[in-house]
Ligand binder design. Structure first.
Ligand SMILES: CC1=C(/C=C/C(C)=C/C=C/C(C)=C/C=O)C(C)(C)CCC1
Length: 307
């Protein structure tokens, strides 16, 4: 529901509400979509750079508070052992993912995509069960690009695994794309029935973006503008940080660390010594694995007052 939130204010219940009007949110989304279109038309490395900026700039902040969610309201200096245990487990999950990816790239990419679908399905619907919408929101980013960009998707999946692995996964995505589109249409109808036009429109825009743009650009737009934005606002509410400024300040150690890491990578790219792009991608994907475990494990406990 994130095209629906932008400038938050804390409600008496502790939840975060938006003071942005839907029309202004749509304008923002339209502006980003135009940039995405320009990136796809420019081709070459531009779509990749556009996707990287969007994913890192707008996508990263929602995961930067994972340690705060895990501390469940405690201050770090009050429970350093918990923080240390969290960091060890977090980095351990990253390391295990990297080892698995090295040992069995095809199977690990498949598991990563499945876990991501579950993550989006859990996080991106906040009101009620809505099974059709959950399955659609989970699977759309992975399957819909296969309808009109099957070859590009297969190439990306192959770069992250093996050539036969990439073809097989893109084949599964193509097979699922139409049923997923049908589920998304059902979800739109159900939202319209409930007079929730903003949610219905958001679903239509997600599907439209994933069908239209190249796979990386479409994914980056949906990930940054829908998933990450929604989850940033959820975290702000859960952690009782009413403004974006307060949230970013609370996450600043992670954000500064990430900025140093990505600036070093950019410097390596500039000097021609960078690791292969697929290695960078796999590293980023591995970093999201513990993040995907944090929400179900810790988040609901972080704000007992909201239960
Ligand atoms: C569909 C698709 C991709 C899948 C990305 C996924 C599934 C990312 C998941 C990220 C998560 C779960 C972040 C959590 O916050 C690639 C590889 C970019 C290639 C282009 C198409």
């Amino acid at each position: 529901m994130t095209l629906v939130h932008l400038t938050p204010a804390t409600l008496p219940s502790g939840r975060v509400a938006s003071s942005r009007r839907p029309s202004s949110r749509l304008l923002w989304a339209g502006g980003f979509a135009l940039l995405g279109l320009a990136a796809d038309i420019a081709a070459g490395p531009v779509p990749l750079v556009f996707a990287a900026i969007l994913i890192l700039g707008l996508g990263l902040p929602h995961g930067a508070s994972d340690h705060l969610a895990a501390m469940a309201g405690r201050r770090m200096r009050d429970d350093p052992v918990r923080l240390l245990a969290f960091l060890v487990l977090y980095l351990g999950a990253v390391a295990i993912t990297l080892v698995l990816w090295h040992a069995a790239p095809g199977a690990t990419l498949a598991a990563f995509l499945a876990l991501s679908a579950v993550h989006f399905a859990i996080d991106d619907v906040s009101d009620g069960m809505r099974w059709a919408e959950r399955v659609a929101r989970g699977l759309m980013p992975i399957t819909l690009p296969a309808l009109f960009h099957a070859e590009a998707l297969a190439q990306l999946f192959a770069a992250l695994s093996t050539s036969p692995g990439g073809d097989a996964l893109a084949g599964v995505a193509s097979f699922l794309a139409l049923p997923v589109l049908a589920l998304a249409s059902l979800a739109v109808v159900l939202r319209l029935r409930d007079r929730e036009r903003a949610s219905a429109l958001e679903l239509v825009l997600i599907a439209g973006a994933l069908l239209t743009f190249s796979p990386l650009v479409g994914f980056a737009l949906v990930f940054a503008l829908v998933h990450s934005r929604g989850q940033t606002h959820e975290r702000m509410a859960t952690l009782h940080l009413p403004t974006l400024r307060a949230y970013l300040l609370a996450c600043s150690p992670t954000l500064v660390g990430a900025a140093i890491l990505f600036a070093s990578l950019a410097a390596l790219f500039a000097s021609g010594q960078a690791p292969a792009l697929n290695v960078v991608f796999i590293g980023l994907a591995a970093l999201t694995v513990p993040h995907m475990l944090v929400t179900p494990l810790f988040e609901r406990r972080a704000a007992p007052s909201e239960r």
